[in-house]
Design a protein around this ligand. Structure first.
Ligand code: TYD
Length: 134
């Protein structure tokens, strides 16, 4: 099974302003089928709180900062995202939550599948049972 990892993105530093980019299957280990973003999060709110059966994601803090907490069925791993030139690869079957959003933060999420509610596991006990069977 794949493991989560921080992936550095290309960056072109320029006095006019910096530029980074993502090419599917090159800078991230999958092809992009869907892009969504999370914004206008009020202080103290928590997003996520689910896992996906097969879906993989890549999360970038395009603006501001937030924490992504991943759980592999046993242990929590916390990643603070606060730069737009790296992101977090989230493989399938990791419980993930997002919290500590700063004011005006913007989370970009790239996914390898279209939206499908059947991909979600929204019960943590059920997730742990399935995860620890594998
Ligand atoms: P959800 O993934 O539960 O949000 P989060 O994990 O950030 O807390 O999605 C919230 C709602 O948005 C849910 O009703 C499904 C809908 N949604 C879509 O229709 N398409 C999408 O691509 C996503 C990510 C969510």
């Amino acid at each position: 099974m794949n493991t989560p990892k921080i992936i550095d993105l290309p960056k072109f530093l320029d006095p006019r302003g910096n530029l980074s980019f993502i090419e599917e299957a090159r800078n991230i280990p999958f092809c992009i089928e869907r892009t969504y973003w999370i914004y206008d999060v009020s202080g103290g709110e928590v997003r996520g709180g689910h896992a996906y059966h097969e879906l993989q994601e890549f999360i970038v803090a395009l603006s501001g900062s937030f924490d992504v907490i991943l759980n592999d069925g046993k242990t929590d791993y916390r990643y603070t995202l606060n730069r737009s030139y790296y992101g977090l690869y989230v493989p399938k079957m990791y419980w993930r939550s997002m919290e500590n959003f700063s004011t005006n933060s913007l989370a970009l999420v790239l996914a390898d599948k279209p939206f499908d509610e059947n991909e979600y596991i929204r019960d943590f006990q059920q997730f742990k049972e399935i995860r620890n069977e594998k």
